[in-house]
Design a protein. Sequence first.
Length: 274
Amino acid sequence: MTAPLLDVRNLTVTFAGARSTVTAVNDVSFHIAPGETLGLVGESGSGKSVTAFAILRLLQAPGRVSAGQIFFEGRDLLTLPEREMRQVRGARISLIFQEPMTALNPVMRVGDQIGEALTVHGMASRAEAQRRAVELLEAVHIPNAGERVRDYPHQLSGGMRQRVMIAIALACRPALIIADEPTTALDVTIQAQVLDLLRELRTAFNLALLLITHDFGVIAEMADRVAVMYKGSLVEQGAVRQILRAPAHEYTRSLLAAVPGTTQDRGGQAPSPR
Ligand code: ADP
Ligand code: MG
């Protein structure tokens, strides 16, 4: 087995309140190999986003990692000096959110936002960054990229804004993208297009993907392996084909039952990709 790119070991995240402490993530372990897609699936409130924020060390108080290690490219992110962590965040590991309108700066042209991702990490001069911004918009298949770089986010559709977010995430050629419900806010047709794009880019850029979703249908189409999260704990993980065929945990079965075409009562067949 190749050394994992990301190796999360026994991660526990707590939120301390005035009266009680909530354990949002409880002793969670998983790993992702270079170029691999791991799906992290679970219902709303199960601890998926908190896990993502913990990896990037973006948890806000009172949230904190109370136990565990997060090895990325061989170093424990939890013990890195903040200055080194800033070189990891956005450059080696990028994050794509559900709602691009809140993640994009409304008063900054999209080309400048892509360029900033590069200049902040010292990956390009300002002039070079503009040229790269056009290339990146082309890479995410935004038509007329040379003109669209001068647009503001509100001038683009939801699907195009999500493509801009993906362009920003790609800018520094990260090894890992964490995509937190990247298509949940989009309608079904656009959702499929964005998933197609992510699939194409991960091959082209040899990206590893931590794909967070509540939708097992997305996992079935996209992921190599899946980790199933329930109330802060991982209840099972394994190859997607294996878990679709024979989910071990009752909760996994209920998630699968919610997806059309993925019930197990079809002679043990894995669902065909839609
Ligand atoms: P999801 O799986 O929907 O992404 P989250 O990771 O956002 O779920 O949240 C998991 C749990 O963490 C929540 O159910 C809640 O108990 C706790 N939590 C998250 N953010 C906070 C916060 N700011 N303060 C207190 N508890 C929080
Ligand atoms: Mg979430």
